[in-house]
Design a protein around this ligand. Structure first.
Ligand code: NAD
Length: 360
């Protein structure tokens, strides 16, 4: 049976970069026998323009029925004046919540050809390949109670609650162990168990889950040490699993190790393997419509979609190899050209398709 992919291109450069990923899907269907059905729908500003809602009901229904969602980007200055609930970002946040996408995968991969883009020394980062697994729907960002209250005497006090139930820790741990099994079987759990009770429980549950994954080497680091290690010797890591707050910070640090936002894919998965796949960057209104956007983050998001939701690891690997090959051939969009010759969004997409065909 064909897999169903919902395609949500969104706003700004979204339609341009998604168009290049769709070229690759065409090639996978024609030359590699992949069976997929695609359904496009509006989200974000486009959802508001067409249906008065950044997450139209028809889009949500389509996403519920799909096996995976390929997402471009949303947002733009024209929507900033809308009331909060109608803004494009709300559409994406609601979609993540409605689908229970609790496991956020953020790879930090630095192709050796682009090692100069990193602010770290070449030898520290060339060939870097880390996966950060961040819990996305719990922790201090959602914990109750939260708010700002007035103390006696009129001074205000603000408070948030960092809270995790055992089942929430267990499911993110299992997600991370499963991913480690697909990679180099090393998992580092990051917490602050020397200070926080919530981290004590986190460590206990992750350690318990490890018994079901005897092939994975588990280690633990406190978050302060993990942030140091990430910039001191990032290649020591394979998979990192952590809570919402710590993951938010560490994944941005890891992203900057690679230096190029146009290269970074991501996935957000539910318990059954359905996922939303999107580049880490936004809708880049400053370059939208100019053919300047780098489509590789979206193309690499498609590779993740194939690996994690469609269980097509071989095809995912082919796309990643094709991307490496076009970089070897010298193709660069403006953001990664370092002042040298650059190609357009479509030319980059065409080059990856040509490189993929050679691997058929
Ligand atoms: P941005 O990621 O869109 O852009 C930051 C900078 O990186 C810009 O200079 C942009 O030109 C460049 N850039 C981004 N992607 C690129 C690519 N593929 N190729 C080449 N250059 C690229 O972040 P921003 O400017 O802070 O936000 C712009 C809009 O995107 C806002 O409306 C914001 O809310 C939205 N946004 C959406 C998402 C999402 O869809 N998940 C994420 C972040 C921001």
């Amino acid at each position: 049976m064909s897999a169903r992919i919902a395609v949500l291109a969104g706003d700004g450069i979204g339609p341009e970069i998604v168009a290049e990923a769709l070229k690759l899907l065409d090639c996978l269907r024609a030359d590699f026998g992949l069976e997929v059905e695609l359904d496009a729908a509006a989200i974000g500003g486009a959802g508001y323009d067409q249906h008065g809602d950044p997450l139209p009901q028809a889009t949500l229904d389509l996403c519920r029925a799909a096996d995976a969602i390929l997402f471009g980007a949303i947002g733009g200055p024209t929507y900033d004046r809308l009331e909060r609930d109608l803004r494009p970002e709300r559409g994406l946040l609601r979609l993540r919540a409605e689908l229970g996408l609790f496991s956020n995968l953020r790879p930090a991969i630095l192709y050796p050809q682009l090692a100069e883009a990193s602010s770290l020394k070449n030898e520290l980062v060339a060939g870097l390949d880390i996966m950060i697994v961040r819990e996305l729907v719990g922790g201090i960002y959602f914990g109750q109670p939260r708010g700002i209250r007035e103390l006696e005497g009129g001074e205000r006090q603000a408070f948030n609650t960092m809270v995790y139930a055992e089942h929430e820790i267990e499911r993110i741990a299992r997600s991370a162990f499963d991913i480690a099994m697909l990679r180099n079987r090393k998992l580092c759990s990051v917490d602050k168990a020397n200070v926080l009770e919530v981290s004590e429980l986190w460590r206990e549950v992750v350690t318990r889950v490890a018994a079901d994954y005897p092939d994975v080497e588990l280690s633990h680091l406190y978050v302060d040490n993990a942030s140091m290690q990430l910039v001191r010797a990032p290649k020591q890591f394979d998979v990192i699993v952590t809570s919402n707050l710590f993951g938010d910070i560490l994944s941005d640090t890891a992203a900057m190790l690679t230096g190029s936002i146009g290269m970074l894919p991501s996935a957000s998965l539910d318990a059954g393997g359905k996922g939303l796949y999107e580049p880490v960057h936004g809708s880049a209104p400053d370059i939208a419509g100019k053919g300047l956007a780098n489509p590789l983050a979206t193309i690499l998001s498609l590779a993740m979609l194939l690996r994690y939701s469609l269980k097509q690891a071989r095809l995912a690997g082919r796309i990643e190899t094709a991307v490496g090959n076009v970089l070897n051939q010298g193709f660069r969009t403006l953001d990664i050209a370092d002042g040298g010759h650059s190609v357009s969004t479509a030319e980059m997409g065409d080059a990856v398709v040509a490189a993929l065909r050679e691997l058929a």
